[in-house]
Design a protein around this ligand. Structure first.
Ligand SMILES: Cc1cc2nc3c(=O)[nH]c(=O)nc-3n(C[C@H](O)[C@H](O)[C@H](O)COP(=O)(O)OP(=O)(O)OC[C@H]3O[C@@H](n4cnc5c(N)ncnc54)[C@H](O)[C@@H]3O)c2cc1C
Length: 467
C-alpha cells in the first residue's frame, strides 16, 4: 500500500512520519520549496521569529510522542514564569485576566454590573432549540452582552482570529455545549468537571503515556525544530516543488496523482490519497470528481492574518509583563493581539532584546492584511502606542501575510463535515486532513494526523472516517 500525502504542512509531515514508522509506504508532495506550511521559524539580528504558530500547550500526548520519536522532546521549553499573566485591552486600558472566580469578582476586567451578570449565569437556561449556534448566542444567554464582547471574544480571537457572531460553538468550544447540556450552567459544569478530574487522579498512580507538563511551550529553536526533525526523518519521501494538479481513479481501484515537479509533469500511483492542503485547494482538486464535495470544502472560510514582528534593541523598552494581550473586536483595532515573545520565551532573543509579535486583521478587519509592509508596521506601532504606551522605535521589523490564515468553523461546521464524510464514502481511498476540519491548533493537526495514520496503517488499511 502506498499513501500519497498532498501538502507538507505539519499535518502532512506528521501523518507521513507515523505511516512510515508503522511500515506503510508514504510519499509527501509539497508545492513550495520548503516544508512546514504555516510553521516557519527563522533567525535574524538576534531574534528567532515565527511566521505562523508560536507555541503549543503541552497537553497532547501525540505531540509529545512525535517529539520523542524524533529525538527532540528534550528540546521542548515551557513558557517562562514571567509569562503567567495575560491581559485584555478593554475600556481604554490593558487589564489582567483573572485566574480564579474570587479574583474575577474583584477584578476590573468588566464593570461591576457585568461581573454580577456573569454570576447570574448560575440561573441561566439551556439552548431552547438544541441546534448549533454562534459563540455569541451562547455567550449572551449565559454571561451577558459585555462578557461576551470582551471575554468570549478575546478567548476566540486568541485561537481563531474569528468573528464571535459567526463561529460555531459546537465546533470551536464543544466543552461549553457539553457543560450546558449536562449541567445547564457553564459555571456549574466547569466546577464539576474540575472536581471529577481531580477525583480521577489516583494519588501515586503511574500515568500512562508521555509525561505532559500542561504548559504553553515551544522548542529551544522555535517550532521549526519539529519541522526540521520531521523533514530529516522523512528524507527523500518528501518531494518539494511538487504541486499537485489533478487526481484520478485508476483501473485497479487506486489513485493516480498528477503534479508538476520542478516545472515538469509527473505522476504517482497510490492506494490512498490524503489531501492535507487548505480546504480551497482540496476543493479545486476534488471538483472534477465530485462538485458537491468541492462545494462543501469551499464553504469553509478563512480569516486572513498579518504577523508583524517588532524587535527592540536592549535597554530601549522595559520588559513587558506577561504572555501578551488580546484585543476584543468591539475596540475597533486592527491588532488582534500581541505576544510578548521575549518575556514568554527569553531564549528566542539575544542579549536583553525585546521581541513583540502583533497579529493583525482576522475576520474582523480582513482588508488590513492587504496593506503594504510599511503601512502594517506603522499601524501596529500606532495601535501599540495607544494601547500599551509603547513609543520606542524598533531596530527590526518583519511582516508576514497569510491571506488564508485560520480556517473558520462557522455555525453548521460539524454538519458540513458530516455531509463531506458521506460524500467521501463514494471515493474509497480519498481522505481530507489538516486544520480546516477538526481543530486549528498544531496539537489538533498532529492528533488528527495520528488518528488517520492509525486507521490507514491498521490491519485492513481501511479508514472509517475520512476527514
Ligand atoms: C499566523 C498564525 C498563527 C498561528 N498560531 C498558532 C499557535 O500559536 N499555536 C497553534 O497551535 N496553532 C497556531 N496556528 C495554527 C497552525 O499553525 C495551523 O493550523 C497548522 O500549522 C496547519 O497545518 P496544516 O498542515 O494543516 O496546513 P498548512 O500549514 O496550511 O499546510 C498545507 C501545505 O499544503 C501545501 N500545498 C498547498 N497546495 C498544494 C498543492 N496543490 N500540492 C502540494 N502541496 C500543496 C502548502 O504549501 C502547505 O505547505 C497559527 C496559524 C497562523 C496562520
Amino acid at each position: 500500500m502506498t499513501v500519497a500525502v498532498i501538502g507538507g504542512g505539519i499535518t502532512g509531515l506528521a501523518l507521513a512520519y507515523r505511516l512510515r514508522a508503522s511500515g506503510t509506504d508514504a510519499v509527501v508532495l509539497e508545492s513550495t520549496s520548503r516544508v512546514g506550511g504555516n510553521v516557519q521559524t527563522h533567525a535574524r539580528g538576534g531574534y528567532v521569529m515565527e511566521a505562523g504558530p508560536n507555541s503549543f500547550l503541552d497537553r497532547e500526548p501525540t505531540m509529545r510522542e512525535l517529539a520523542e520519536a524524533l529525538g527532540v522532546s528534550a528540546r521542548i521549553r515551557p513558557a517562562d514564569a514571567a509569562a503567567k499573566n495575560r491581559y485584555v485591552f478593554t475600556r481604554g486600558a490593558l487589564r489582567a485576566l483573572p485566574t480564579s472566580p474570587p479574583a474575577f469578582l474583584k477584578s476590573d476586567i468588566l464593570p461591576l454590573a457585568s461581573r454580577l451578570r456573569v454570576v447570574a449565569e448560575l440561573l441561566s437556561g439551556r439552548n431552547p432549540t438544541g441546534a448549533d449556534e454562534s459563540l455569541a448566542q451562547l455567550g449572551r444567554r449565559h454571561l451577558g452582552r459585555e462578557a461576551t464582547q470582551v471575554l468570549l471574544d478575546a478567548m476566540q480571537t486568541g485561537t481563531y482570529a474569528g468573528d464571535v457572531e459567526q463561529l460555531s460553538v459546537e465546533a470551536t468550544f464543544p466543552q461549553l455545549v457539553k457543560f450546558e447540556r449536562e449541567h445547564r450552567s457553564l459555571i456549574l459544569g466547569a466546577i464539576r468537571a474540575q472536581r471529577a478530574a481531580r477525583q480521577a487522579k489516583t494519588p501515586g498512580a503511574a500515568e500512562a503515556g508521555p509525561r505532559l507538563t500542561g504548559q504553553m511551550s515551544t522548542f529551544d529553536g522555535g517550532l521549526g525544530v519539529l519541522v526540521d526533525a520531521l523533514a530529516k526523518a522523512l528524507g527523500d519521501s518528501v518531494r518539494t516543488d511538487a504541486k499537485v494538479e489533478g487526481l484520478e481513479r485508476s483501473a485497479d481501484g487506486g489513485w493516480r496523482v498528477r503534479f508538476q515537479e520542478r516545472g515538469q509533469p509527473a505522476e504517482l500511483s497510490a492506494s490512498h490519497v490524503v489531501l492535507a492542503v487548505p480546504a480551497p485547494v482540496a476543493a479545486s482538486l476534488v471538483r472534477p470528481l465530485d462538485s458537491e464535495l468541492a462545494a462543501k470544502a469551499d464553504a469553509i472560510p478563512y480569516a486572513p492574518i498579518a504577523v508583524v514582528h517588532l524587535g527592540f534593541a536592549p535597554g530601549t523598552v522595559p520588559k513587558p509583563d506577561g504572555f501578551g494581550f488580546l484585543v476584543p473586536a468591539v475596540e475597533g483595532k486592527a491588532v488582534l493581539g500581541t505576544i510578548h515573545v521575549s518575556t514568554t520565551f527569553p531564549f528566542r532573543v539575544e542579549g536583553g532584546r525585546v521581541l513583540l509579535t502583533c497579529l493583525m486583521g482576522g475576520a474582523r478587519k480582513p482588508e488590513v492584511v492587504a496593506r503594504d509592509e510599511d503601512a502594517l508596521v506603522a499601524l501596529a506601532r500606532e495601535e501599540l502606542k495607544s494601547m500599551a504606551g509603547l513609543t520606542a522605535t524598533p531596530e527590526l521589523t518583519e511582516v508576514i501575510r497569510w491571506p488564508r490564515g485560520i480556517p473558520q468553523y462557522t455555525v453548521g461546521h460539524l454538519e458540513r463535515l458530516a455531509a463531506m464524510e458521506e460524500r467521501l464514502k463514494r471515493w474509497p481511498g480519498l481522505h481530507l486532513a489538516g486544520n480546516a476540519y477538526r481543530g486549528v491548533g498544531v496539537n489538533d493537526c498532529i492528533r488528527e494526523a495520528a488518528r488517520l495514520a492509525d486507521m490507514l496503517g491498521g490491519p485492513a488499511g481501511q479508514a472509517t472516517r475520512s476527514t
